[in-house]
Design a binder for this molecule. Structure first.
Ligand code: NIG
Ligand code: FE
Length: 412
């Protein structure tokens, strides 16, 4: 199968050599080719360049992208797409004045989603989740991390992992599963948290590792959930099974999760609505990427990640949706890119870099995804007609995507 895209107004994120992460001031650079072509064979980007040099191809399909922009598909490195039902009643409770914490203290929140998930059959959970995934693919996401974490028992967590595995087999999108081993403390363990930590480290992690589906482990490192000591015990247990941390830190409180993540060579530390100077120092010179989740800040009305502080310190930054029923019930990366500009004060170039190559890095796949590079996977967005890529974040809450190509396949 071969496809030639011609007359592309702007081809974005073009790197001749395999760029896998952009840091600090390099995030302001977004290499583009004006009036470009792109040639794909099977699932791979083969060639690209200026239209005047477009010759010698004999493609099965030609797409005329006149007046349109082509860029790599969004790489959404933090989601909880697999969940059961929703939490609209808590949404209304919050409008009426309760906080996220109040709701959790009443037994709502993650425990509410866990109960629903435990009661939902594996097939039904798959159907609900694949529907959400298909919706976000249409909005331009081509690679996505999916966490467990709404199981809270070995049985339900393994069910989640099997659902993610099935989604991986059925979907064209690249899926990176993460074992969110410690998301909340079930009510029956409320007064014996250490027993639950033991259950996670001695039963859940070994059994999940046996399935051989995931390479990553996650913990919600937060007051009222898992403190630094708990988090360290879980990261240590994960390390024994070669599970690299991708952790929830600094959402409401700074507990030292960033430095701990760095100590355990975390691939990413996510949320960071709260940040101090020691956190910034801890990240410098490491392989750990911070990830901002502006949809969560928007939905919970909590601070936005201080992106400028991170980027201006020379660090990389990725942005992701955090798609989940409680704190961010949207998987729309176009909105996230826009919110990154409006609320995190990132330039359109920085936001697009954060949502493509750096998002791919935060999933450990940036050698094959996240940029227009010969040999990388043909996961692409073709936008609606527009004059400049800045219109993508500018027209917030619009869908700029006209067509998507995933693994070289043109989706309707
Ligand atoms: O990333 N913060 C922890 N986990 C999710 C929210 C979970 C929920 O409320 O269901 C998050 O925001
Ligand atoms: Fe999350």
């Amino acid at each position: 199968m071969s496809t030639l895209i011609i007359n592309i107004k702007q081809l974005l994120q073009v790197h001749d050599t395999n760029t896998t992460i952009l840091k600090g001031s390099d995030m302001k650079k977004l290499p583009i080719i004006e009036n470009a072509y792109l040639y794909i064979e099977n699932d791979t980007i083969i060639e690209y360049g200026e239209m005047k040099d477009c010759e010698g191809f004999n493609p099965e399909t030609t797409i005329n992208a006149k007046g349109k922009i082509v860029l790599p598909s969004w790489c959404d490195s933090h989601t909880h797409v697999v969940y059961a039902g929703n939490r609209t009643s808590e949404f209304v409770d919050r409008i009426n004045g309760l906080s996220y914490e109040d709701i959790a203290n009443k037994g709502g929140g993650i425990l509410n989603s866990a109960k629903k998930l435990q009661e939902t059959s594996e097939d039904e959970l798959y159907e609900q989740s694949i529907k959400r995934l298909n919706e976000l693919i249409k909005m331009g996401t081509g690679a996505v991390e999916i966490k467990t974490g709404y199981g809270l028992t070995v049985e339900a967590e393994l069910k989640m992992l099997r659902v993610i595995k099935r989604m991986k087999q059925e979907s064209l999108a690249k899926i990176i599963p993460t074992l969110l081993a410690a998301h909340a403390i079930p009510s029956e363990f409320k007064s014996k948290k250490q027993d639950y930590i033991k259950y996670i480290t001695e039963e859940l992690i070994p059994k999940a590792a046996e399935l051989n589906i995931t390479n990553y482990v996650d913990v919600f490192c937060e007051k009222g959930y898992f403190d630094i000591k708990d988090t360290e015990a879980i990261l240590k247990a994960g390390e024994a099974y070669n599970l690299r941390p991708k952790i929830h830190v600094n959402q409401f409180n700074i507990l030292g999760g960033i430095a701990l993540g760095v100590k355990y060579n975390a691939l990413s530390v996510d949320h960071i609505e709260e940040l101090n100077d020691a956190d910034v120092e801890a990240l410098k010179g490491t392989d750990t990427i911070p990830v901002a989740l502006p949809g969560c800040s928007y939905f919970l009305s909590i601070p936005y990640t201080p992106a400028r502080k991170l980027i201006d310190a020379g660090l990389p930054l990725a942005i992701a949706t955090d798609y989940n029923p409680g704190s961010s019930p949207s998987g729309n990366m176009n909105f996230v890119v826009s919110a990154a500009c409006v609320k995190l004060k990132m330039t359109p170039e920085e936001a697009i870099n954060a949502a493509t190559v750096n998002g791919a890095y935060a999933m450990g796949i940036s050698n094959m995804y996240g940029s227009i590079t010969r040999g990388k996977k043909a996961n692409l967005i073709i936008t609606k007609p527009m004059n400049h890529y800045s219109e993508i974040p500018y027209a917030f809450a619009h869908n700029p995507v006209e067509q998507v190509i995933i693994n070289g396949q043109i989706l309707d």
